[in-house]
Design a protein around this ligand. Structure first.
Ligand SMILES: [Zn+2]
Length: 115
């Protein structure tokens, strides 16, 4: 498993879909462009916006992520969750390429929320 580089070079990001290690220039992330796998074109999830995870993608997106993951488990009826949402988005943009921010709707994905 690839570990993200801490230096200023390109990030090495492992594709959650096919496992290929991709080199992603930091400028690309800073420019807000979505990085995709060079082999299968799957999104690498190192962009500036949080990735939405589901029961089906949790394992690939979170458990096998090459970056540390902050998981925001939220629900539509949860007022504090909605208050927090803009901050989560902000954090995602700020930490792009260093931290992956993932969002899980616990109402739609009960299997991951309550194993
Ligand atoms: Zn791939």
């Amino acid at each position: 498993m690839a570990t993200p580089s801490r230096t200023s070079g390109p990030l090495q990001v492992r594709c959650p879909a096919c496992g290929t290690t991709n080199r992603v220039p930091r400028e690309k992330i800073d420019a807000g462009r979505e990085a995709v796998c060079g082999r299968c074109k799957a999104p690498l999830g190192v962009g500036r916006t949080p990735v939405t995870v589901t029961d089906a993608t949790f394992s690939a997106e979170v458990e096998r992520s090459s970056l540390p993951v902050l998981l925001d488990a939220w629900a539509p009826w949860c007022a504090p969750c909605r208050t927090l949402a803009p901050l989560i988005d902000e954090l995602s943009a700020e930490m792009a390429g260093r931290l992956r921010v993932a969002k899980l709707n616990v109402d739609e994905n009960p299997r991951t929320a309550c194993p």
